[in-house]
Design a protein around this ligand. Structure first.
Ligand SMILES: [Zn+2]
Length: 408
């Protein structure tokens, strides 16, 4: 047997099934974890039983901690305030009005509560969008790993410099509490920035991570096709003096890609209406691209889901995100996986879990320590209970719980 002896004492956890993400699913096995959370290995139970080791058994599945690649913690206070299924345009307009009505102390409480529950349910690292500094106080106290995306938008080039400087200020505020490589300025969406602002963001973000809302519905495709549709109307409403956008006759990402280096690490978020053309372009142009799915938010807002099999057929790197409590009932990667499994029952649980763990870790550049039970990593341990172990299917009552924290 190959158990390492060290100064740390070791915990031995067994479960009905251990899904290590890298490596084969293990039954009748034991996960050995150092007291500091470092993975030592997965061992055959028969090898260990009868020995001096005390093995703690769990009924369920053990897997590494989840990575949430799309969240807006600062919208936590808006839980339940926006009606479901009305479409993105109605959602954005309603969001603008309700976010102004929330009191700061309620927002702070809601952030703390949402983040606590998110961690309890197994999320150990989060890419979080910030438009302001309301999540700063919580993040400065939290041990959770955050990458903060300071998000900018603004269609009028006149204000590009001002908006960009404000974002730089906000970035500095976050950097007083987070390492600077965990904060980046990011574009809100393909359609909501002037060329000038997009250029400023692309230059500033060249060596960091970027995340962009992408193809959440057909309005975006229409807007770039010929400048028409609900996005044109919203642009006009927010910027009455601005000249009409004529469109590019190209797909949304293709229309803005020229601003970015082909090696830019980029996360496309939602992709609800992305088709083969969009995927082919993105995968050819960008060498380091990730596709974040937020299925529960898609159902909440648009009542539809992306063509997930198309991303799989193209070998895309898929990650999972919860979006915010403005468009979701909880911040839980397990619940996102349940939803995908309900609509795409042929996708194996091990593959879905890899999207919610190692792929997210790769996007954040944390795959050396998070995302799998490889020896030496510190990915956290999640217990999934009340799933069907025989078929590896999640059930409505299936829960997830972080039982050992991660360390980055
Ligand atoms: Zn979002």
């Amino acid at each position: 047997m190959n158990v390492t002896y060290s100064n740390h004492s070791m915990q031995y956890l067994s479960a009905d099934c251990i899904i290590p993400i890298e490596g084969a699913t293990a039954y009748n096995s034991v996960l050995a974890v150092n007291d500091d959370g470092t993975i030592d290995g997965i061992f055959d139970k028969n090898e260990l039983s009868g020995s001096m080791y005390e093995i703690r058994h769990y009924n369920g599945i053990l897997c590494p901690g989840f990575v949430n690649t799309h969240c807006h913690l600062e919208l936590s206070g808006i839980e339940g305030l926006i009606p479901e299924g009305k479409g993105l345009d109605a959602f954005v307009r309603k969001l603008e009005s309700v976010r102004k009505s929330a009191s700061v102390s309620n927002i702070l409480k809601a952030i703390e509560n949402a983040a606590y529950k998110m961690e309890q349910a197994g999320i150990i690292a989060t890419a979080d969008i910030a438009n302001g500094n309301t999540s700063l106080d919580f993040k400065s106290k939290s041990r959770h790993y955050f990458h903060t995306f300071v998000e900018v938008f603004g269609s009028d080039p006149k204000y590009a410099d001002t908006i960009f400087e404000k974002a730089m200020d906000l970035k500095k505020q976050f950097e007083t509490h987070q390492p600077s490589d965990t904060v980046s300025i990011t574009p809100h969406a393909t359609y909501s920035l002037s060329e000038k602002l997009m250029m400023l963001v692309a230059i500033a973000g060249k060596d960091s991570l970027l995340s962009i809302h992408h193809q959440e519905n057909d309005d975006e495709n229409l807007f770039f096709e010929d400048g028409s549709g609900p996005l044109a109307a919203r642009r006009k409403a927010f910027n009455p003096d601005l000249q009409k956008f004529q469109g590019t006759k190209k797909r949304p990402l293709e229309s803005i890609a020229g601003h970015f280096d082909t090696f830019q690490k980029l996360l496309l978020v939602h992709n609800t209406v992305s088709g083969q053309k969009d995927i082919s372009f993105a995968e050819q142009y960008f060498k380091n691209i990730f596709w974040c799915l937020c299925p529960n938010a898609n159902l909440y807002i648009e009542n539809r889901l992306p063509d997930i099999d198309l991303f799989r057929a193209n070998g895309c790197k898929i990650t999972l995100g919860t979006d915010s409590l403005a468009s979701n009932h909880q911040l839980s990667i397990l619940e996102e996986i349940k939803t995908i499994q309900n609509h795409f029952p042929h996708i194996p649980l091990t593959e879905l879990l890899s999207w919610g763990t190692i792929n997210g870790a790769k996007f954040l550049g944390l795959e050396h320590t998070l995302g799998s039970f490889a020896k030496g990593k510190c990915p956290g341990v999640v217990l999934i209970e009340k799933a069907d172990i025989q078929t590896l299917k999640l059930k409505p009552e299936t829960t997830s719980q972080l039982i050992i924290p991660a360390h980055v």
